[in-house]
Design a protein around this ligand. Structure first.
Ligand code: ADP
Length: 360
């Protein structure tokens, strides 16, 4: 089921500041395609949880509309929306078994929606099968690992065959290895069920790796939406460019003069059609090509071998934090004793931003 947000806004009275308001979600207008997995991404406090709570109906918007398919659900109570929700802390009932936890949403169905005991059990087994926990049905949550508890929470969210699945930082309580494994599983389950899924995270790698599209937010503001690779390759703002990518983008103060990008006294790239102006320059670590006499010159700090790739760390006076990280393949010979390194730049990996606004 597709989800449409129209001018969705949520304001809260600011905590501890009488009469002031916080806009947690500001004028969100976008569409989530049917059957897709969307990663809602941004730093802590940017409004991700609020956006999710608006979708499931735990919060009412201050302004705007939400549609599931063609149905306006803005004023519909949560239990009628057909959403499955998975919280960060799983929120399993500790005194119930896994089976009882998964059955719980079905037992609370009312009227026409009520199911027979057999049908409920069949649905519970099916949901358990999707996350492969059939063998754990008689255990209590405390007898499960974090990853297993997470799967139970997902099975419980799926058991009513929801229109929409919402996941709020579902991996943050898992250790690094389990996090990787579980995010693959979430992707797999989503592909099998094809349920429209919104996945909230502050971890850009997590969002990039499994989402069909990511939505990047900052301070309640919608910054950009698109396929992960598209947004990475074509960030609309310095904020998005800095937020996506590990290792992060290198940022410089630069100047465009006569269609040439200058970093200090180095003419590093020709930039056709760009008017003369001061700019902030973002260069992805993979945008540097070691080139003898290349126009980008920096003093070599150190070389870090990472297996397939090598990081060359250098210092450049125009860099935001002085240090520059470039990534090249391990086959490229680097003279570690040289005092300086020279690079040419891949134009597609260099972004120019307005010095004041940070916009492209
Ligand atoms: P995130 O999930 O990205 O960390 P939240 O949606 O939790 O962000 O919060 C967004 C902003 O709204 C924050 O400034 C937060 O303090 C504020 N906020 C969230 N919920 C409430 C509330 N119930 N009352 C007041 N302010 C809130």
């Amino acid at each position: 089921m597709k989800i449409v947000l129209e001018h969705l806004t949520k304001k809260f009275p600011a905590r501890g500041k009488k009469g002031e308001e916080v806009t947690a979600v500001r004028d969100f207008t976008f569409e989530i395609p049917d059957g897709s997995l969307i990663g809602l991404l941004g730093p802590s406090g940017c409004g991700k949880s609020t956006a999710l709570n608006l979708l499931c109906g735990l919060e009412a918007p201050t302004e705007g509309k939400i549609y599931f398919g063609d149905t306006d659900v803005t004023d519909m109570p949560p239990e009628l929306r057909g959403v499955g929700m998975v919280f960060q802390n799983y929120a399993l009932y500790p005194h119930l078994t896994v089976r009882q936890n998964i059955l719980f949403p079905l037992e609370n169905l009312k009227g026409k929606q009520k199911l027979s005991k057999e049908e409920m059990n069949r649905q519970a087994e099916k949901a358990a099968g999707l996350v492969q926990i059939q063998g754990l049905m008689d255990r209590k949550p405390r007898e499960l690992s974090g990853g297993q508890q997470q799967r139970v929470a997902i099975a419980r969210a799926l058991v009513k065959t929801p229109n929409v699945l919402l996941l709020d930082e579902p991996l943050s309580n898992l250790d690094a290895r389990l996090r990787l494994q579980t995010r693959e599983e979430i992707r797999k389950i989503q592909q099998e069920t094809r349920v429209t899924t919104v996945f909230v995270t502050h971890d850009q790698e997590e969002a990039m790796s499994i989402s069909d599209q990511i939505v990047v937010m900052k301070d309640g503001i919608f910054m950009q939406m698109g396929r992960p690779q598209e947004v990475y390759d074509d960030p609309a703002s310095l904020f998005v460019a800095k937020f996506l990518g590990n290792p992060p983008i290198n940022v410089f103060k630069g100047e465009v003069q006569k269609e040439t990008l200058w970093l200090g006294d180095q003419p590093v790239l020709s930039v056709r059609g760009v008017p003369d102006q001061p700019v902030t320059v973002g260069i992805r670590p993979e945008g540097f090509i070691l080139t003898e006499n290349g126009p980008f010159a920096a003093s070599l700090s150190r070389v870090e071998v990472m297996g397939r790739d090598v990081s060359v760390i250098s210092a450049h006076p125009c860099s935001e934090n002085f240090s520059v990280r470039s990534i090249i393949t391990a086959e490229t010979p680097v003279d570690r004793d040289a005092g300086s390194v020279h690079f040419s730049l891949k134009p597609s990996k260099v972004f120019l931003f307005h010095r004041e606004t940070g916009a492209r």
